[in-house]
Design a protein around this ligand. Structure first.
Ligand SMILES: [Zn+2]
Length: 229
């Protein structure tokens, strides 16, 4: 299983992303993709990144930047292509774009969308058809995830502070589509605690807790104490 993860837009020059609330889209999509890459790799999935560093620029124009992303996926013979973006233009919420309904892209898009919407209680804008370059030029099923609106005040707060949680939501949606187990109960507890504690870097916190010799008992006890209270 090989996934191509595309951090939308270039760092500078051409094909830079939307801006809003002091944020730049390309500087949000990259860390989200890096978190997503780590999670997928931990689950045994091979990941190809289109942008490999935050400051990397692809192509020599908007068109060639977009074509390059599909080309990387096609050359690596990836099984799925996931492009991560932030929306703009005055709305709010999450949507996932696909080239055409009725295929695997739509099947992948649905759980990814649902996972993000329910994690953050964002407006569900649905799965939409769109004739975008990266969707059209990729050989494999491809989706483009618009996480939330960078020019909407409360969406932007999430985009700024919850990048790892966005990655986790996409990850869980992908795993659901693939029918792969997410280390079951502990994933649910982690997701619960991430929200409860409003963690912006849950992996760092859980890595610390995991170093405890009775980590899984510890999670269970904390979880249960919340459930009782
Ligand atoms: Zn974008």
């Amino acid at each position: 299983m090989k996934l191509c993860i595309d951090a939308g837009h270039n760092y500078s020059g051409f094909d830079t992303g939307a801006t809003g609330n002091g944020l730049k889209e390309q500087n949000i999509t990259f860390p989200v993709c890096q978190f997503l890459k780590n999670k997928l790799e931990q689950a045994g999935i091979t990941v190809v990144m289109t942008r490999e560093t935050l400051t990397q620029n692809l192509g020599t124009s908007v068109n060639s930047s977009l074509k390059k992303r599909a080309e990387i996926s096609n050359n690596e013979k990836c099984d799925y292509f996931i492009s991560i973006h932030c929306n703009a233009g005055g709305g709010t919420g999450t949507e996932v774009l696909i080239l055409k309904r009725g295929g695997q892209a739509e099947q992948l898009a649905k759980p990814v969308l649902q996972s993000i919407v329910s994690r953050f209680n964002l407006r569900n804008r649905g799965v939409k058809e769109s004739n975008l370059s990266v969707l059209r030029n990729t050989d494999c099923p491809a989706i483009l995830v618009e996480l939330a609106f960078i020019d909407h005040p409360s969406d932007a707060v999430l985009l700024k502070n919850q990048q790892e949680a966005f990655a986790d939501a996409v990850f869980l949606g992908v795993m659901e589509y693939l029918g792969l187990p997410v280390s079951s109960e502990s994933a649910n507890i982690r997701s619960f605690l991430t929200q409860k504690w409003n963690l912006s870097h849950p992996d760092a916190v859980f890595a610390l807790l995991d170093s405890h010799p009775y980590a899984s008992d510890l999670y269970q006890k904390i979880y249960e104490s919340y459930k009782r209270s």
